[in-house]
Design a binder for this molecule. Structure first.
Ligand code: 0O2
Ligand code: 0O2
Length: 274
């Protein structure tokens, strides 16, 4: 296809809409996939290196601007790597490595890694830090499979905070941020780096507390489900007895005692089932 012909493909909004279909689908699929990892780990009472996931389709104006800057002809817009963009936020710097490993494990399965950019060990002059993975991702559309490129940005909450503010300032000043503000942003990037370092040092303590909380809340919901199960089966006296014990233990707050109560309720359910 000649570039002139390609350009004609994008004269109206409808053509853009059609061009963007697989990219939109990829954003939705990838968000579900990475959010599922978090959900699954939490259900298993395991620590999740993923805190939250966002995703976006690049704005048409930004696609055109970037195509112009990188000299990408209109009939080769597929070569742009970040029309589909996924962002994975982590609590701690160490989690970034784990998320990258999770992506590596999927390489060759539902996605293919093309290359990676480590702006964490190679911070940008602006102060920007993040780890980028560029992937090829197949999308099943109504007219067959379409492979698209996507950019996954992995960063800590502090890196994200900095990048979000810097990005909006950059937008405000049309990419010409005044030198004094640039300098302050570089200082803020240094502060974000120190925050990440500090948080990493108390990481084990924070993680233990979070995991204990998760374990306790899973145990509590299982106990309540068990008591409800006994009520529904007509074992009202037993259910009421367990409910009283649960209230007393909950006030005390010992997670191992709650765990024991959960096991006793499960044993009772087994007994009445037989
Ligand atoms: P939960 O239960 O909050 O974890 P979506 O409609 O959700 O598929 P959308 O509208 O594009 O996607 O939203 P976006 O911008 O991708 O954000 C998706 C998720 O990121 C949402 O979670 C937000 O709550 C979460 N999020 C955004 N900013 C922050 C933040 O600063 N801190 C935290 N912890 N989460 C944030 P969900 O899907 O509602 O799930
Ligand atoms: P968007 O959609 O506005 O986020 P280049 O123009 O050569 O620097 P290239 O080759 O596309 O960029 O790749 P690079 O540098 O890896 O940047 C890709 C994306 O990383 C950017 O997308 C940003 O999202 C993010 N990024 C890179 N550098 C910075 C920075 O200094 N500050 C902030 N806030 N984000 C950055 P776009 O193209 O800006 O698009």
């Amino acid at each position: 296809m000649s570039s002139k012909k390609g350009a004609q493909c994008f004269v109206d909004d409808r053509s853009w809409e059609q061009f963007l279909i697989p990219y939109e689908q990829a954003v939705e699929e990838l968000k579900v996939k990475f959010r599922s990892i978090r959900k699954e780990l939490k259900k298993r009472n395991e620590y999740s290196p993923i805190e939250f996931v966002t995703g976006r389709i690049k704005k048409i104006s930004s696609i055109l601007e970037k195509a112009n800057k990188l000299q990408i002809p209109m009939d080769r817009l597929e070569e742009m790597e970040d029309i589909t963009g996924i962002r994975i936020m982590c609590q701690f710097s160490e989690d970034i490595r784990r998320v990258v490993e999770l992506i590596h494990q999927r390489n060759g399965n539902d996605m293919t890694i093309l290359y990676e950019k480590d702006y964490i060990n190679n911070q940008k002059p602006s102060g920007y830090r993040s780890y980028h993975v560029i992937i090829r991702y197949p999308v099943q559309t109504s007219i067959g499979e379409k492979e698209i490129l996507a950019e996954i940005q992995i960063r800590t909450l502090a890196m994200n905070f900095w990048a979000t503010i810097e990005h909006s300032l950059s937008y405000k000043y049309e990419k010409n941020i005044p030198e004094d503000i640039k300098e302050r942003l570089r200082k803020a990037a240094e502060a974000a780096y120190l925050l990440d370092t500090e948080m990493s040092e108390i990481r084990d303590e924070i993680r233990d507390a979070q995991q204990l909380f998760e374990f306790k809340s899973n145990t509590v919901s299982r106990i309540l489900q068990g008591i409800q199960n006994l009520y529904q089966r007509g074992y009202v006296v037993e259910a009421t007895g367990f409910q009283d014990k649960f209230r007393a233990l909950r006030a005390q707050g010992d997670v191992m005692d709650l765990r024991q109560l959960y096991r006793t309720i499960q044993a009772k359910i087994q007994e009445v089932k037989e």
